[in-house]
Design a binder for this molecule. Sequence first.
Ligand code: PMP
Length: 367
Amino acid sequence: MNAPRPADARVRQCVQRTVRADVQALRAYAVAPAGDCIKLDAMECPYPLPAPVRAELAQALAQVDIHRYPAASNAALQAQVRQAFGVPQQAGLLFGNGSDELIHLLVQTCCAPGEAVLSPWPSFVYFEMAARLDHARFVGVPLTADFQIDPQALLAAIAREQPKVVFLAVPNNPTGSLWPDEVIEQVLQAAPGLVVVDEAYQPFAGRSWMPRLMEHPNLVVLRTVSKIGLAGLRFGYLAGHPAWVAELDKARPPYNIDLLTQAALTVVLRHKAVLDEQAARLVADREPLARALAALPGVTVFPSAGNFVLLRVAGAQALHRALAARRILVRDFSSAHPLLADCLRVSVGTPDENAALLAALQDLLNA
Ligand code: PMP
């Protein structure tokens, strides 16, 4: 016999008086159920790994001793990541269960309660969420109406707020903007604390701060493999001076990168050329998609250096729903921030997926 359960109302009361009020007021990070939809809402790579790589993967995973915890050191994987992604030899490396985890570690390590985390805004929502969850004070510095940084406003905010951590997504999500090097240089000079250049979309931008990592005392570079075909693995890495990495490592949950992820990465990184080729295809398909979207009635497209495009169109919310009804998922930002009114973000998909999106939008906008 099951023991009697407490009434749901009593559980809710207990939750209400126990869970932090600010957490109760938060909304969980939204992920739309995908089913068999055309999935253009999360900037994933639309190309699955080729069959021979999958076969190699299956073999490697079968060898993993998952009855053991991961080893204390993953030096071989560190060397492979360093080599595959051009991490300078003198830099330290820290691995995260997705770069999301590293964003938390950065805030937890640097910010005492109430200290500021600052970012140009709108940008990646998780910068704000992590800051709030970790008791920091989040300061978003508004972008201009065409989604560029206002350097004066940004530098003034840095002087005023004295942020412990500045997050710069380069290229920026969800706008696709690429902050000029001179502005990033100014931020590095002005910031009293750490500047995190988040290069999640770097593979589609062709520019990187990684080679300049050791030129600044307060720069770390954050990367992820999620956008280059491995979103399901949950692996991100941070490169920076070993003195930063040593402190951040103290806040890292033990064994945060599981053995299956390590084994899978070891295999896939041997085939890095496949990932690079897929990224190059997305870059090649980005401009034709942007041009075709911009040719639709009433659609404004913003220039993007990522594997996605932000567009503005009247009635974006209804369009988002109508596309979902046609089994095409895009991301609706229309109520996320006043600057993003009527904005939708679409990932660059396969040519067929892009064509399906364009046909559906054409249809809906003409109706
Ligand atoms: N940084 C930016 C700018 C992002 O847009 C994202 C994902 N949307 C991430 C970090 C997190 O990526 P992941 O946790 O998959 O590594």
